[in-house]
Design a protein around this ligand. Structure first.
Ligand SMILES: *Cc1c(COP(=O)(O)O)cnc(C)c1O
Length: 229
């Protein structure tokens, strides 16, 4: 078989995705973890369908968006052209968007307050659809940032389960930009373990290898795949 014929069988990976996949493989090997234990969420916020299509064609199926309205404008078309896409909401959610969020997303990483729990519980029951839910932690206790303070996490997770009947799958964190991420990942993993949560959404373009080392099951990688925003 000539190389030309071989190339027809699979689309080459776009550069960013190929590099990220190599890094994930290396980090998994170092951590003695199976590659399949880490889900790569390709964060496509601000990028249009023309930029996203080659990444889908290269085989990527899990994508992340941080705004409900933007995702609603972009993804239904892409999803009907490409079956098997899983879409994750990684940005803040407002109660009045819960209906659209439950309808569109397969996972929501930003559960962080009672009003959201209440709105999600209502829509999950009404739509008979069950997105995977992550509680977002504000591990750096930054005033401007969304998420539950570490000291309130156990009680919040308990209320998600008991008061709202929500099935919580894991925890998500975004470390402060000017701090080493490892202690924040470690704290997130510790809080997850003591609450019986097995999924950890942590690690972005700059630090996903460290996150994998510390047990991340979901890494959210944007600019390393798509380029600068
Ligand atoms: C944008 C975003 C990412 C991806 O960030 P990159 O540095 O581009 O990889 C990850 N998580 C959240 C919550 C984001 O908003």
């Amino acid at each position: 078989m000539t190389p030309e014929t071989t190339n027809l069988l699979t689309s080459p990976l776009p550069n960013g995705l190929a590099t990220v996949e190599q890094e994930i493989a290396r980090a998994c090997k170092e951590a003695r973890r199976d590659r399949t234990s880490v889900t790569l969420i390709a964060v496509s916020k601000t990028f249009d369908a023309a930029a996203i299509s080659p990444v889908i064609d290269a085989g990527q199926r899990v994508f992340g968006e941080n705004r409900v309205q933007e995702a609603k404008a972009k993804w239904p078309g892409l999803m009907s052209d490409h079956p098997g896409i899983s879409l994750h909401l990684i940005g803040p959610l407002q109660s009045n968007k819960a209906k659209e969020a439950v309808a569109l997303f397969d996972a929501i990483h930003s559960v962080d307050r009672p009003s959201i729990c209440e709105a999600l519980a209502k829509e999950i029951n009404f739509q008979k659809k069950q997105p995977e839910l992550f509680v977002q932690l504000n591990t750096g206790e930054e005033r401007q940032k969304a998420g539950v303070a570490p000291g309130e996490a156990d009680a919040f997770i308990a209320s998600c389960r008991e008061k709202y009947g929500l099935a919580i799958s894991g925890l998500m964190c975004i470390p402060p930009v000017d701090e080493a991420p490892a202690p924040h990942f470690a704290l997130t993993a510790k809080i997850a373990a003591r609450n019986g949560l097995k999924n950890l959404s942590m690690g972005m373009s700059a630090d996903f290898a460290i996150a994998i080392q510390m047990g991340a099951t979901h890494i959210r990688v944007g600019s390393a795949i798509f380029g600068h925003r």
